[in-house]
Design a protein around this ligand. Sequence first.
Ligand SMILES: [Zn+2]
Length: 264
Amino acid sequence: MESITIVPVGYVLSDVKSPDDMTIAGQRAIVKIRPELVPALHRIEENSHLWILCWFHQARRDRLRIAPLRLNPDLPEYGVFGLRAPARPNPIALTLVGLERVEGEHIYVSGLDAVAGTPVLDIKPYFEQDIIFSPGTPYIRPAKYKMRKEIFFKEAMRHHQEECTWLHLGIKMALIAEEYLGKIQSAETKLKVKGPGCLVDVLQGLTRARFANPPRLSFEENNNDVEVIWMKENKTISIKPQRVFRLAEAREMSDQELFVVHYL
Ligand SMILES: [Zn+2]
């Protein structure tokens, strides 16, 4: 096969210097593009999100199958084209980031998982039609609770777009349900939500449950008597908040302090 020569459009400025220090949800960073390419940023600020394509120059290129061990030592091997791991023949990384602002040749972004000095190959806008609301995906579950919570927080924020009390309560409910039922995004997981709009919105974002085809989600608006019933196969779990919480309480308190949980 003929080789292709690409000159990067820029590189990443970040406080994170080593891939070992990069969090799963990425970091705030600056994409600094070559000065002569600044005209290519014209009107880019009409987008809230961008795809950033990087060249993960530190990644291994000799592996075709790997197990995502960093997430969970118990996971099986996958072909690298079925994973987002950096290791692959051409280590081109694809990351969806939030666009904060543009100043000259500096693009300020959030959620970028590339370390300082990473070459940037291209920048593209994220469009509504990029969304597949309920995709089929393998169950790649991180072993650590902290990492699972970090991923759910990122997903919930992307969907609900405000950090409210119900966002934190919804994330913690989903983590409890996942512990008992397994993959909450699977077509077999159904939930009945009685509560405020913010809660059902967060839970829909996390579970990808639709109201129809197949009907996985039902909702009754009720701000006083809140309960989420989760069902999968012959397992059912009910989760109710103990009382009304403030945002900081919802974020900091333990599951035992926040919820009454019944396994039915
Ligand atoms: Zn909200």
